[in-house]
Design a protein around this ligand. Sequence first.
Ligand code: G3P
Length: 234
Amino acid sequence: MKIFLDTANRDEIRQAAEMGVLDGVTTNPTLAAKEKKPFRQQILEICEIVKGGAISAEVVSTDYDGMLREGREVTSWHPSVVVKLPTTPTGVRACHTLSREGIRVNMTLVFSASQALLVAKAGAYFASPFLGRLDDISHDGMALLRDILTIYKNYNFSTEVLAASLRHPLHVVEAAKAGAHIATMPFKVFEQLFKHPLTDRGLEAFLKDWEKARESLGDIVEAIPQSGTRKTGS
Ligand code: G3P
């Protein structure tokens, strides 16, 4: 499963990219507005940090011509940019047109299997169901994800399912178990993926034991002979 960050914050993106496990970034107008920088500059900086990743940039037009204009514009900025369109009838129409031009489209705000079916038929590159927001209103977001994956498999759609609006590590694990192609998450959730109290406690105990034994064993670098440096007869 590919891991994307759901943020426009360069520091967060840089930290995740340095780990070597980041495949892309999803931004939206709410996230971009927090950064207080020109949108084009934000997107270009993100593309430079996540080299070869898929970087979603969302349009703010709600009419067909505006969506096409913005979609063509943002994808001309950098080959990594994927245009994000809302799943409205106009958005689906614009997705169809832009996809036929070879532009990658991420259809966002997917809340039902019927919407997911339509965006795949329109040629979407990614379909983004919002799992957390469904859970918020007592609908089962994970069940929707599984339904979408079943439908796409039944008809061999190439659209990748991007599990979005993930709120905690279990959402990520469940999305992976269901077979989502991608999970996008806030940086806080990304950090939580690493955490386990037994890892911290185990490491603390190892280091404490080593420290106690260090006088007799010596420093680790000296204790483990490097290849070709072993002294004979000692
Ligand atoms: O990727 C979707 C995301 O931006 C929305 O997440 O937490 O606001 O529902 P959230």
